[in-house]
Design a protein around this ligand. Structure first.
Ligand code: SF4
Length: 423
């Protein structure tokens, strides 16, 4: 398996949308810019972005909002659509311990809606009914921290490290395809952009290409009926044995390999990506489920701009329904992911620090995922970190108010007193 960046690809391109603000208002409140920035701080997080954001940002976080209907740029269709295209992992040295803005901030400080909010599950309260893979990876770092990030205001700080990682990601992405912006007029158009980018990646392999970067994936893994959206850094196709490998890029501030906790988090992230991709290949993703979750009309006519870009990919469509039928059919002619790797790159020198092969353990990923889903559905409270990960609390923005930490600290004190008495 070769990890070199190859350059690229003749006519390949990816679309990103310019989105009208009104579209997003139907879906809920966008995360604040600070949320986005903070997100980007973690390798994982930065990559995907909610579709409903209204501000633009590299990490896929916030699509650029514009009322202008010309073609914009894209960092990946993804970007505007739901995933950031550019960067990804920006800084693995500072994992997911960052804070975000409060829900009240995001909700415009509407105190009167507070009581209503309490009755909603975290999925309904903090997300527009579906999740990004980065939500899950942040949860993997510390679920309590994730919860606080939604409910307690913090001050976002500039993160130059993130920018460097984003630039590096973008450079790699541009080595395989150009990015063009496309005007979108509806929620359906926005999802069509994502679909077109997936279609582009699938066609790359079907036409003999070997590398696709920033590949959108989505689905409802492990039969849990929750839509998850993600963005795979890189897929590599080997036509000689018809295999596809997944490579996740993580840039690091330090030139050393990551800690056990970070590796665990990254492993979970890429395992979810593989699950999503494999489910698409195996025909397990339902367009009706997506339509009902996203509250979109599969038969609504797509905008001219979207249809024009589809034609450039030799696809004649009227609606998202047509587009999804074509994509689902084509992706099922591919194969599931064979091997999963994480590539760690030193941010300053751009030198590869090392590669790690991830052993996909479906049972382990499924068990963890089902546990996380219970939190999102409101079936259990958020958990903090285990004792062996207590070091994370030292770097956590919420350590001074964290109830979990107080509880664990009190338990520890009691245990020590008991042990002292025994002695
Ligand atoms: Fe999690 Fe520790 Fe932060 Fe509490 S203090 S939110 S347990 S990392």
């Amino acid at each position: 398996m070769c990890f070199n960046m190859d350059s690229s690809s003749g006519d390949a391109y990816k679309v990103e949308a310019y989105v009208l603000e009104e579209i997003f208002s139907e879906w809920g409140d966008p995360p604040s810019m600070s949320e986005v920035d903070k997100n980007a701080n973690s390798a994982t997080t930065s990559k995907e972005t909610p579709c409903f954001s209204t501000s633009m940002n590299a990490e896929g976080t916030k699509p650029e909002v514009s009322t202008n209907s010309t073609i914009g740029n894209v960092s990946s269709a993804t970007t505007s659509i739901d995933t950031p295209s550019t960067s990804t992992a920006t800084n693995d040295d500072e994992p997911e311990q960052e804070a975000y803005t409060t829900s009240s901030t995001r909700r415009g400080g509407a105190e009167e809606s507070k009581d209503d909010d309490q009755c909603l599950s975290p999925l309904e309260r903090f997300r527009p009914g579906y999740l990004w893979v980065t939500d899950l990876t942040r949860q993997n770092w510390c679920e309590q921290q994730l919860y606080y990030s939604f409910t307690i205001p913090t001050i976002a700080e500039e993160n130059p490290v993130m920018t460097a990682g984003t630039d590096y990601h973008l450079a790699r992405e541009l080595a395989t395809h150009d990015i063009v912006k496309v005007d979108v007029q509806s929620s359906e158009d926005i999802w069509a952009v994502k679909m077109l980018n997936l279609h582009s990646a699938v066609c790359t392999f079907l036409h003999g290409g070997i590398v696709a970067r920033e590949v959108p994936v989505f689905g409802a893994p492990f039969k849990e009926d929750i839509l998850i959206v993600g963005l795979i850094d890189e897929l590599r196709f080997d036509p000689s044995n018809y295999t596809i490998d997944l490579i996740e890029l993580k840039t690091r501030l330090s030139s050393t390999m990551p800690s056990r906790s970070q590796r665990k988090q990254h492993n979970f992230q890429v395992s979810v990506y593989k699950t999503l991709f494999d489910d698409l290949v195996q025909g397990k993703v339902s367009k009706q489920f997506m339509a009902s979750t996203l509250k979109i009309n599969l038969h609504k006519e797509l905008g001219d701009s979207i249809r024009g870009h589809a034609e450039k990919q030799f696809v004649v469509i009227k609606s998202l329904n047509d587009l999804m039928d074509i994509i689902f059919h084509k992706i099922q002619t591919l194969t599931c992911i064979s091997q999963v790797f994480i590539e760690y790159v030193h941010q300053e020198s751009k030198q590869t620090i090392g590669h790690m092969e991830v052993e996909y353990d479906a049972v382990k990923v499924s068990d963890l995922y089902k546990k996380y889903v219970k939190f999102w559905r409101g079936n259990r409270r958020a958990d903090g970190v285990d004792i062996e990960d207590a070091w994370k609390c030292q770097r956590c923005d919420f350590n001074s108010i964290c109830e979990w930490r107080k509880k664990k600290s009190a338990e520890c004190e009691q245990r020590n007193k008991k042990n002292a008495k025994i002695k």
